[in-house]
Structures are given as C-alpha cells and as structure tokens.
Design a protein. Structure first.
Length: 78
C-alpha cells in the first residue's frame, strides 16, 4: 500500500507525489538502484537525491554537465 508523502520544492510549493517506482540507473557499465517518487508537477525529468549522491560517491561537474561515480578512494569508476 502506498503511503502519502509530502515534499516541498525549492520555492516551497508542494510537489504532487503520485507514487513510487524502483529505477535502475546505469552509468558506463555501473548499475545502481533507486526508489524514486513520481510527481506530476516538477519541471525536470529526474532529480537525484542527496542520499543517492552520498551513497554512490558522486562528483557533480556542473559547468561541464557531467556526473562521476567514485569508489571509496574517490577514484572515478564511471
């Protein structure tokens, strides 16, 4: 049974969560799973949460629009 979740956007408006789905994310042969909330009123296709970013040792290069996954020694693996 789906439990209702309440999230706020960056400008404090409510995000309309309609369910959740398990997604498989593949980046250069490295696969991770994420339990994602589905929403009807956000302006982007996908948001990566801080929990997934931290768990996968992600480095975000915003100017180049790249993300990198690293191992526990912060060597880039994908």
């Amino acid at each position: 049974m789906y439990k209702h979740k309440s999230h706020k956007s960056a400008n404090s408006t409510s995000i309309n969560i309609i369910g959740e789905i398990q997604l498989e994310i593949k980046i250069q042969g490295h696969t991770t799973l994420i339990l994602a909330d589905c929403a009807t009123n956000i302006i982007t296709d996908l948001l990566l949460g801080n929990d997934w970013i931290a768990e996968n040792n992600v480095i975000i290069d915003s100017p180049q629009r790249h993300i990198f996954l690293t191992d526990k020694y912060y060597q880039i693996i994908a």
